[in-house]
Design a protein around this ligand. Structure first.
Ligand SMILES: Cc1cc2nc3c(=O)[nH]c(=O)nc-3n(C[C@H](O)[C@H](O)[C@H](O)COP(=O)(O)OP(=O)(O)OC[C@H]3O[C@@H](n4cnc5c(N)ncnc54)[C@H](O)[C@@H]3O)c2cc1C
Length: 321
């Protein structure tokens, strides 16, 4: 079947685009390499969104949570309900590997191929973690995704990073019985972006020594039972059972480049798109959601990128009429 638009990525913004396409009688499909809202599914089990639930609403489906800020399980339930109530066409567990421009677009996936007049890329940034690039990183004890604190009970845990994820993980593992929690931070301070209601908590735990910390420090080597860290006072070796590398994630730029999308030379290597239409330099290929920010992964989020869908579908309708 030929489509008016293929949407790559079934995150909240890909879903938004599908709803808008359906409202406008376009023939569409969403394709995702994982489950529905795969990124959200991989967020920590006990996470709470910083947005209130109304700000995460899409497709005029009300989102009512028990508290003002919803939990991960409430959000998963909500986006399942949105997709069911709009009866959206979503093909899951199907990875898009190539998009070729022929007369239309040929979209090659792990299960087959699609032909579409337009393509929306809403693939987010959560699939590619920043690596530490040190010996020992491939050991099973090194995790780039954190789920819940239970596995770390009674263990010596090192948390790498200075932003919200690292802080949340350090506090949660400390409170749920990790034997020792050590934060290893490359910078001299925690990130400015740490949530203002969490910052005093982590600072107090660090100051009282409940959570150990090494600032201006980097891991040099990971061994089965230890870590080597370079600190301003010199190199030291600490005992360690797990490394939780909360060092952030980045968009798959090689995927974008293979499609022919230009990547900017600015500090965030922003993929080229016209902010008035969201169209890239490849005619008929649009960007939506968090991927639009390149390495500035906190520029766009659900709250402020829901409207990308309206802009894109309006443009597709205009170009196809
Ligand atoms: C801990 C945490 C808390 C957050 N809290 C909030 C909040 O309170 N409010 C808020 O607005 N935002 C919040 N965000 C940010 C928000 O979750 C993201 O901005 C949002 O998920 C972006 O949506 P998206 O649809 O652009 O991308 P994503 O949700 O990342 O979806 C991208 C999808 O594309 C799929 N994909 C990737 N590559 C391919 C491929 N080659 N083929 C097929 N499929 C592919 C992925 O599997 C994924 O399902 C939070 C983020 C984190 C990490």
């Amino acid at each position: 079947m030929d489509f008016d638009v293929c949407i790559i990525g079934a995150g909240p913004i890909g879903i938004c685009c599908a709803i808008e396409a359906k409202k406008n009688n376009l023939n569409y499909v969403i394709i995702d390499r994982g489950c529905l809202v795969n990124s959200l599914y991989n967020y920590p089990k006990n996470m709470t969104f910083f947005s209130t639930s109304d700000k995460l609403e899409i497709g005029d489906v009300p989102f009512i949570s028990h508290n003002s800020k919803p939990t991960k399980s409430e959000a998963l339930e909500y986006y399942r309900r949105v997709v069911s109530s709009w009866e959206l066409k979503v093909n899951l567990y199907e990875e898009v590997s190539e998009i070729k421009k022929t007369e239309n677009f040929e979209i090659i996936t792990s299960k087959g191929r699609y032909i579409s007049k337009n393509v929306i890329i809403s693939t987010g940034f959560y699939d590619l973690p920043y690596k530490l690039n040190v010996p020992g990183e491939t050991l099973d004890k090194v995790k780039h995704y954190y789920d819940e604190p239970h596995p770390y009970f009674g263990m010596k845990v090192a948390v790498v990073g200075a932003a919200n994820s690292a802080v949340d993980v350090a506090l949660e593992t400390y409170r749920k019985g990790a034997k020792e929690v050590t934060m290893i931070v490359r910078e001299p301070n925690l990130s400015e972006t740490v949530k203002y209601w969490v910052k005093p908590d982590v600072e107090n735990r660090i100051n009282e020594g409940s959570i150990k910390s090494y600032f201006n420090s980097n891991i040099k080597k990971i061994d089965d039972k230890s870590l080597t860290i370079s600190t301003p006072e010199g190199e030291l070796v600490i005992e360690n059972d797990f490394v939780l590398a909360m060092t952030g994630y980045q968009p798959d730029f090689s995927f974008l480049k293979r499609i022919g999308i230009e990547i900017g030379e600015d500090e965030y290597t922003t993929p080229f798109h016209n902010p008035d239409t969201m169209e890239t330099n490849v005619d008929g290929v649009y960007l939506a959601g968090v991927i639009c920010g390149g390495l500035k992964t906190n520029k766009w989020f659900i709250e402020n990128s829901r409207d990308h869908s309206k802009i894109i579908i309006k443009e597709i309708k205009k170009n196809n009429s």
